[in-house]
Design a protein around this ligand. Structure first.
Ligand code: GDP
Ligand code: IMO
Ligand code: MG
Length: 429
């Protein structure tokens, strides 16, 4: 069965967009199957930089069907913005877009709830969400009584659904917000706004589950584009400092609506160091000059929110866990160029928790908070490597670093990235 998936193995922003863009040419379909506009995937084509939040990164390549499947939470305004932006730039292949009529829709109440609830984890630390309404929309999806799917927006009952939900949400939001901070939502205005979005998106909406099942049955090649990263997976990540979907490899079948066995290759995307944006424990974080060095060289500011990303050393304990969880076959190591200029590079190979060493990734966030990284040090390199195109072009210490990471993870590295552009890529045999 010909399916490939691209999964981020850290806390997101591993440069999945670049890998998906690269692999698109070998596929007939590119599928986003979870998350929503919390994602920000960058694709660089020549001197043009595209930031995609909802449109699959395959949209820039002709002849490929790009699917936003049922597991995505859809912000229709954002889809339209992205389509308009591509049209303005004379890029993209909008005709190839398909939107699932089963995808749940993000409404203004979800943004309001996201803002109100982010401050409320039980241990006092903020999740630091992207504010895109993702968690509240997934919660309503599972709750069922206050949810609207894309297909509902074309039915006569859409107006009454909006009215019913707005009435309930206004009551809840008035309690969540302090008096004066909240203007009640206007059901008629929302209905009009979203009806206009529905009309604009009508040509793209279909039953994508049926579309993908037929594609699988007729031997088409499918590429599944993960959003976020496996450590942000709602079930298997650093809960509650996670996103609200299954962002590790385990989420593909459910989110896309295909049988698990049609995914036969998993590419794990790893930044050559670690980053995290938002709250939650991060054992190898370098809240110091090294972290700032990585942030400056890697331009580590959120694609969606522009927040500075927290930076630190590579964490093998976490990566071994997420590679196993997602069933990674080969690794793509990204942003290796950022590490140039460091005298030494540290790799976290174990944690010490309450005086005991372990290589097991803790299931509870409190244990992860107490984890002290055990490092091994390898020599760095001074040279800039953004011009390297072959594995042999890389300085010896860079090759040694890659070899060590591959050995520690027990998986081959198939690709190394030394810059954002398409050709700044080394294929490793
Ligand atoms: P994604 O969400 O996983 O697709 O990643 P983002 O797009 O949020 O962040 C990755 C950033 O790194 C983008 O700005 C890319 O253009 C950039 N990038 C990708 N590969 C490389 C690389 O090898 N080196 C450097 N310096 N930047 C890269
Ligand atoms: P891509 O696809 C990095 C993080 C947020 C926050 C947590 C929950 O570009 O890799 P949410 O808005 O999803 O409820 O926020 O998850 N987060 C991401 N971090 N990259 C992303 O996507 C992210 N999507 C969500 O910062 O900590
Ligand atoms: Mg991103």
């Amino acid at each position: 069965m010909p399916g490939t998936c691209v999964i981020g193995l850290q806390w997101g922003d591993e440069a999945k967009g670049k890998i998906v863009d690269r692999l698109t040419r070998e596929h007939d379909f590119v599928v986003r199957y979870q998350g929503g506009a919390n994602a920000g995937h960058t694709v660089v084509v020549g001197d043009q930089v595209y930031k995609l939040s909802l449109l699959p990164s395959g949209i820039l390549t002709p002849g490929v069907t790009c699917v936003i499947a049922s597991g995505v939470v859809m912000n229709p305004a954002r889809v339209i913005e992205e389509l308009d932006e591509l049209a303005k730039r004379g890029a993209g292949h909008a005709d190839n877009l398909r939107l699932s009529d089963r995808a749940h829709v993000i409404f203004p109440w979800h943004f309001a709830e996201d803002r109100a609830l982010d401050k409320n984890t039980s241990d006092g630390e903020n999740i630091g969400t992207t504010g895109r309404g993702i968690g509240p929309c997934y919660r309503d999806k599972v709750g069922r009584s206050h949810a609207i799917r894309l297909g509902d927006m074309y039915r006569a009952t859409f107006r009454s659904q909006v009215e019913h939900i707005v009435e309930a949400k206004n009551r809840v939001l008035a309690v969540q917000y302090q008096a004066g901070e909240f203007t009640p939502l206007d059901a008629s205005a929302i209905f009009r706004e979203y009806s206009a979005y529905a009309e604009r998106l009508r040509p793209y909406v279909c039953d994508t589950t049926e579309l993908l099942l037929s594609a699988v049955e007729s031997g088409k090649r499918l590429l599944f584009e993960g959003a976020q990263g496996a450590l942000l997976d709602v079930d298997h990540g650093t809960y509650p400092f996670v996103t609200s979907s299954n962002s590790s490899g385990v989420g593909i079948a459910a989110g896309a609506g295909v049988p698990p066995r049609c995914i036969d290759r998993c590419i794990g995307v790893v930044k050559a160091y670690s980053t995290r944006v938002g709250g939650g424990p991060f054992p190898t974080e370098q809240d110091n000059e090294t972290g700032q060095y990585l942030r400056d060289r890697g331009n580590e500011y959120g694609t969606v929110t522009r927040r500075p990303r927290r930076c630190g050393w590579l964490d093998i304990v976490a990566l071994r866990y997420t590679s196993r969880l997602s069933g990674v076959d080969t690794l793509a190591v990204m942003l290796l160029d950022v590490l140039s200029g460091l005298d030494e590079i540290k790799i976290c190979t174990a944690y010490e928790i309450d005086g005991k060493q372990t290589t097991r990734f803790p299931s509870h966030v409190d244990d992860l908070r107490r984890a002290k990284p055990v490092y091994e040090s390898v020599p760095g390199w001074r040279e800039e490597i953004t011009g390297c195109r072959k594995h042999d072009d890389l300085p010896n210490p860079a090759r040694a670093y890659l070899a060590r990471v591959s050995k520690l993870l027990g998986r081959p590295i198939g690709l190394v990235s030394v810059g954002p552009e398409r050709d700044q890529t080394i294929v490793v045999n």
